[in-house]
Design a protein around this ligand. Sequence first.
Ligand code: MG
Length: 296
Amino acid sequence: MRYTDWFEIVDPAFKSLILPNVHVDLLYTGGRWLEGPVYVPAARHLLFSDIPNNRVMRYDDVAGTVAAFEAPSNFANGHTLDREGRVISCEHLTRSVTRREHDGSQTVLADRFNGRRLNSPNDVIADSKGNVWFTDPTYGISTPYEGSLADSEVGYRNVYRLNCNGQLDAVVTDLQQPNGLALSRNEQTLFVVDSGVQPARLMAYKLDPEANLQAGRLFSECSHGMYDGLRVDSAGHIWTSAGDGVHCLDHDGRLIGKILIPETVSNVCFGGLGRNRLYVTATRCLYAVYLNVTGL
Ligand code: MG
C-alpha cells in the first residue's frame, strides 16, 4: 500500500496537515468495540476502552505493547485528562463520571442530576478553568452489550457542565443522542456530536463572557457513516470519526480531507510527546498516524 492511499485530499489545504511517506500504523487488534482514547504524557501511554469486553486497555508508547489496564472497567467509555493530569472516565455501568486520583483511588464526580441517576455518560472533556463537560446519551442503558439495561431516570439526553464547586448544570438539552464533544482553541465554542439523527450532526454552541451557551447551530453533517468522537488541533481544525475513517474539517465545518481507515472509526486523540500523533480507535483496532499538526 502506498502512503498516499491512506489519505484523501478534498481541499489542497489538507496537504499541509499531513506528512509525506507516512503510513497509518496498526497498533492493536482484538477488541470488540474500541473507544475513548486518552494519551497520558507522564506515563507515555494511551488508555482506551474496549467497551463490550468491559475493560480498559493500555498502549505502552515506548515498548509498543498493549495489555489490559483495568478489567472489569464498569464498561468505561470516554476518557480525558484534567489540568492536573488525572484521568477522568465515563462509566456506563455505574452511570457516572469518575476521576482517578494520583494515589490510585477513584472519586465520583457526577452520577445524578436533580436527584436522578444519569443515563450513561459517554464522552468527557476538561477545560482550562477546571470545568468538566460530558455527554449523557442512553447507549449504555439501552442494551446490556455496552452496560446494563435500564430506564432513563433523567428522561433527557443532556450535555452537562460540572464546575469547580461541584455544581452540575445541563447546558444542552435538545439533542437526540449527544456523543463526542470538544472545545475550540479559545474555549469560546463548544462542539457536540448528535449521533441520534441521520445523518449525524456536529453542532456548535458559542459561549458568552459569563460562559452561558448560546443557541446551537449546525456546524457539519456527517457524509459517511456516523460522527462519534472528535478533537481539535492547534490550528483549529476538527478531526472527527466517521464511517470511512477520520474526517478533517476546517473552521467553517467544511470537509478538507480524510484519513482512510478500513474499519468504522469511533474516537480520536492526539498524543505522543510531540502531540503530533493522532491515535484512532476503530471497531476492533487501534491505529495511529503522525501528522504535520499538533493537538490542543
Ligand atoms: Mg462516543
